[in-house]
Design a protein around this ligand. Structure first.
Ligand code: ADP
Length: 255
C-alpha cells in the first residue's frame, strides 16, 4: 500500500510539472509572437515617413530650379514624425526593461503637474483649450522616478489637449487617497468608444474614430503610461463617453 501511495504521489507531482512546463511554453510563445508583431509594426511605422522623405528628395533632385517649399514642408513634417516615433520607442524600451532599476525618491506631484501644464499652455492657447490644476494645500508626493512620472503626466495632458476641441477645458486634479496619490486628468474632448477603451494601452493602437485620426500621434503614449504605472506599482483607469470627454485616473504610492 505504501508503494502504491508513493507511485500515486509521484505521478501527481509529474502531472503538475508537466502542466507547469506546458503553461510556460505557451507563455513564451505568446511573448515571442507579440515581439514579432511589434517589430513588424515598428518597421512599418518607420517606413512610411521615410518613404515620403525619400520621394520628396527625388522630386527636388529632378527639378532643382522649381519651388521647393511644398517638398520641404512635407519632409519637415515627416522628420518630426520620425523623431517623435524614435523618442517614444526608446522610452517604451526603457520602461519595459525589467532589469532597469527604478529610481525611488519623493516626487512633488504638484510641481511636476504645474511644469507639464506650463509646457502645454502655448499649444492649448492656440487651440483655445484651457488647462486648470486642482490640488490641496498639502501637496501630495509620490514615490518613484521623477523622470518617468513626468513622462506619464506629459503624455496624459498632451492627449487631453490634443483630443479636446476648440473651447474645451482640461482639468488635472491631485489628492491623497489613503496611502496613494490620485491624479485625474479630465477633458471635454472627443471621447473614446467602449470598444476602443479595451485596446487603448496596446502599442501603436490608434482609435478608428476619424476625429481622433485627424490628430497626429504614434499610438505609443498610453502604452508608455501603462508601463510606467506598472513599474511604480500603481493603477490606471479610463472613463470616457464619445463626444463628451475622457478622464484618466492614476493611483500611485505616496512618498
Ligand atoms: P497617440 O495619441 O499618439 O495616438 P496614445 O497611445 O497616447 O497614442 O493614445 C492612443 C489612442 O487613444 C489615440 O490615438 C486616441 O484615439 C485615444 N486617446 C488617448 N487619449 C485620449 C483622450 N484624452 N481623448 C480621446 N481619445 C484619446
Amino acid at each position: 500500500a505504501l508503494e502504491i501511495g508513493r507511485d500515486v504521489g509521484r505521478s501527481i507531482v509529474n502531472a503538475r510539472l508537466f502542466e507547469l512546463e506546458r503553461r510556460m511554453t505557451a507563455e513564451l510563445r505568446r511573448a515571442d509572437r507579440a515581439k514579432t508583431v511589434l517589430f513588424s509594426t515598428v518597421s512599418h511605422e518607420l517606413k512610411n515617413p521615410l518613404a515620403s522623405i525619400m520621394g520628396h528628395l527625388e522630386l527636388l533632385k529632378e527639378d532643382p530650379s522649381g519651388d521647393p517649399s511644398w517638398s520641404l514642408k512635407v519632409m519637415e513634417r515627416n522628420t518630426h514624425r520620425l523623431q517623435g516615433l524614435v523618442d517614444d520607442l526608446l522610452t517604451l524600451a526603457k520602461v519595459s526593461d525589467p532589469d532597469r532599476p527604478l529610481v525611488r525618491e519623493r516626487v512633488d506631484m504638484v510641481a511636476l503637474v504645474r511644469n507639464a501644464v506650463d509646457m502645454f499652455l502655448p499649444r492649448a492657447a492656440q487651440e483655445n483649450v484651457t488647462i486648470a490644476v486642482q490640488a490641496p494645500p498639502q501637496a501630495p508626493s509620490a514615490w518613484g522616478s521623477p523622470e518617468e512620472l513626468a513622462r506619464l503626466v506629459d503624455n496624459l495632458i498632451s492627449n487631453a489637449v490634443k483630443y479636446t476641441t476648440d473651447g474645451g477645458a482640461v482639468t488635472v486634479r491631485l489628492r491623497t487617497v489613503g496611502d496613494r496619490v490620485e491624479l485625474v486628468c479630465s477633458d471635454q474632448g472627443i471621447g473614446i468608444s467602449k470598444a476602443d477603451q479595451r485596446s487603448l494601452f496596446t502599442e501603436f493602437f490608434r482609435s478608428t474614430n476619424p476625429d481622433a485620426l485627424e490628430v497626429p500621434g504614434t499610438g505609443l503614449g498610453l502604452s508608455i503610461v501603462q508601463r510606467i504605472v506598472a513599474r511604480h506599482h500603481g493603477t490606471v483607469a479610463v472613463d470616457s463617453e464619445l463626444g463628451k470627454g475622457t478622464s484618466f485616473t492614476v493611483l500611485l504610492p505616496t512618498g
